[in-house]
Design a protein around this ligand. Structure first.
Ligand code: MV4
Length: 448
C-alpha cells in the first residue's frame, strides 16, 4: 500500500479522499491555491503544498505545479477527486511519466469515454443500448438530415467533446437543423477546441439513472446498483438518491449488465459511472461514462456499505477489490441534497462571502460531507458546494422524513443557501411519490 498520497483537489472531496487514506494508514498531502491557504482541506491534511494563484487554471488545473508538489513531498500517488484534472487523460499520462500513480482509470479508458461520439459507437459495439442517432460524428448537413428524417424530430445535436450537458442543442424540425449544426459545432470548437458533433433522438422527460461500477487490475468488475439524479437545474445536479423509485429488479439487472459490459469494453479500472436515460416505457440508453468518483457517491456507499474511495486507492495500489458481486446488496434508501451557496431569489446565482454561522445537522443516519465551516469564506473562483447532506432510511419515505428533519437542523448564516429549496422539495407530493424526470425542477421552481 502507498505510504503517502497527494490530493489534487479542494473542498469536501479533498477531505473525503483524505479520510479514506487515513483509514488505510496513508499520509496525506493537500495542495492549495493562494485563496485556500486556510481552507478546511488544508487543515485536515498531514502536510500541504502551495500550487499557485486563486484562478483554477493557474493552480488546481496547473499540471506542472501539481506534479512538482507530489515530487517535493514524496507522494507516491495522486487522487484527482472530481472536476479539475480528474478526467484529463493527458494528466493521467504525465503522472505515469513522473513515476506517480494516478488514482483513477487508465488514461486510455478516460480518453475513449471522453470522446462522446466514439464512446457511443464503442458502447453500441459492446451491446450496450444507445439512443437512435448518427454512427459517430456528423460528416455533413446531408447526413444529419438523412438520419434526423429517419429517427424523427425532435433531435439533439451534441458536442463530441462536451459532456455533462455542455454543447447540447434541441432541433424541433428540419428547418432548424443546418443552423443548429453550424452553431453547435462553432461553440464546441471555441469551448473544447474540437467542433465534432453527433445527433441523437431527443427523449421526452426521461429519468436520469446511473450505475456505479468498480473494477480492479485483475479483471474483476463489480456493479453497486443505481442512483437516480433526475433532479437537476441548468445541468447542475441538485439531489440524488439510491436506489431509484423507477427501477424494477429486471431493469436493474439489465442496466447493471450493460454497465459491466461497458466497463469491460474499455478495460476499466477504479470507480466509474455509466449514465443512462430511462424512458417512460422502461427502455434505457447509454449517455456517457464518468471516469471519476462522482459527487453523489455517498448515496451508493450508504445503501451498499462499500467505501468507494478506499476501493479506488486499493485498486490503484494493485490490490484486488475487497468485495465480489455476491457481497453486494442494496439495503434501504439514501438521499443526498447538495447544499450550495446560491441565492434562490436571484435565479440561484452563486452567493460567495463569509460564513458567519455554521451548524451542521447530526443524529442517526445523517452524513454531512462539508466543504465549509464557521469562519470559512466561500470563494467566487470555485464551485458553490457548501456541503452534501446525505440521509439513510429503511425505505424512501423514512429517508425523506429524516432529510426534512436534518435540513431543519442545518443553520448557515452569511451566505444564501439552497437549504430552503430542498425543504420545499421534501414537502412536494410528486417528489414524495417518486414521480420525477429530468425536467421536473424546471417545472417546479421559478428561476430553476
Ligand atoms: C439527452 C436528453 C434527451 N435525449 N439525450 C444532458 C446531460 C448529458 N449527460 C445528457 N443530457 C441529455 N441528453 C437525449 N437523446 C436529455 C438530456 C438532459 C439531461 C440528462 C440528464 C440529466 C439532466 C438533463 C437535463 C437536460 C437534458
Amino acid at each position: 500500500m502507498f505510504k503517502k498520497i497527494l490530493v489534487a483537489n479542494r473542498g469536501e472531496i479533498a477531505i473525503r479522499v483524505m479520510r479514506a487514506a487515513k483509514e488505510l494508514g496513508i499520509q496525506t498531502v493537500a495542495v492549495y491555491s493562494d485563496a485556500d491557504k486556510d481552507a478546511p482541506h488544508v487543515q485536515y491534511a498531514d502536510e500541504a503544498f502551495p500550487i499557485g494563484p486563486a484562478q483554477s487554471s493557474l493552480s488546481y488545473l496547473h499540471i506542472p505545479n501539481i506534479i512538482n508538489a507530489a515530487i517535493h513531498t514524496g507522494a507516491e500517488a495522486i487522487h484527482p477527486g472530481y472536476g479539475f484534472l480528474s478526467e484529463n487523460d493527458h494528466f493521467a499520462r504525465v503522472c505515469e511519466t513522473w513515476g506517480l500513480v494516478f488514482i483513477g482509470p487508465p488514461a486510455d479508458a478516460i480518453q475513449k469515454m471522453g470522446i462522446k461520439a466514439d464512446a457511443r459507437q464503442l458502447m453500441k459495439a459492446a451491446g450496450v443500448p444507445v439512443v437512435p442517432g448518427t454512427e459517430g460524428t456528423v460528416a455533413d448537413v446531408d447526413e444529419a438530415r438523412r438520419v434526423a428524417d429517419q429517427i424523427g424530430y425532435p433531435v439533439l445535436v451534441k458536442a463530441s467533446f462536451g459532456g455533462g450537458g455542455r454543447g447540447i442543442r434541441i432541433v424541433e424540425d428540419g428547418d432548424g437543423l443546418a443552423e443548429a449544426l453550424e452553431r453547435a459545432s462553432r461553440e464546441a470548437k471555441s469551448a473544447f477546441g474540437q467542433g465534432d458533433v453527433y445527433l441523437e433522438k431527443y427523449l421526452i422527460n426521461p429519468r436520469h439513472i446511473e450505475i456505479q461500477v468498480l473494477a480492479d487490475k485483475h479483471g474483476n468488475v463489480v456493479t453497486l446498483g443505481e442512483r437516480e439524479s433526475s433532479l437537476q437545474r441548468r445541468r447542475q445536479k441538485v439531489l440524488e438518491e439510491a436506489p431509484s423509485a423507477a427501477m424494477t429488479p429486471e431493469i436493474r439487472e439489465q442496466m447493471s449488465e450493460a454497465a459491466r459490459r461497458a466497463a469491460q469494453a474499455v478495460h476499466y479500472e477504479s470507480a466509474g459511472t455509466l449514465e443512462f436515460l430511462l424512458d417512460q416505457s422502461g427502455n434505457f440508453y447509454f449517455m456517457e461514462m464518468n471516469t471519476r468518483v462522482q459527487v453523489e457517491h455517498p448515496c451508493t456507499e450508504l445503501v451498499t456499505g462499500v467505501d468507494i474511495v478506499k476501493e479506488q486507492i486499493r485498486v490503484a495500489a494493485g490490490l484486488p477489490l475487497s468485495i465480489t458481486q455476491d457481497d453486494i446488496a442494496m439495503r434501504g434508501w439514501s438521499i443526498e441534497c447538495r447544499i450550495n451557496a446560491e441565492d434562490p431569489d436571484v435565479q440561484f446565482r452563486p452567493s460567495p462571502g463569509a460564513v458567519t454561522e455554521w451548524r451542521e445537522p447530526g443524529g442517526p443516519w445523517v452524513r454531512v460531507d462539508a466543504a465549509a465551516q464557521e469562519g470559512y469564506t466561500v470563494q467566487p473562483y470555485y464551485d458553490s458546494l457548501l456541503a452534501k447532506l446525505v440521509t439513510w432510511g429503511r425505505d424512501r419515505e423514512e429517508a425523506i422524513q429524516r432529510m426534512s428533519r436534518a435540513l431543519s437542523e442545518f443553520k448557515v448564516e452569511g451566505v444564501k443557501t439552497t437549504i430552503g429549496m430542498h425543504q420545499q422539495l421534501m414537502q412536494d407530493e410528486a417528489f414524495q411519490r417518486g414521480d420525477i424526470h429530468i425536467n421536473f425542477l424546471a417545472e417546479r421552481f421559478k428561476g430553476a
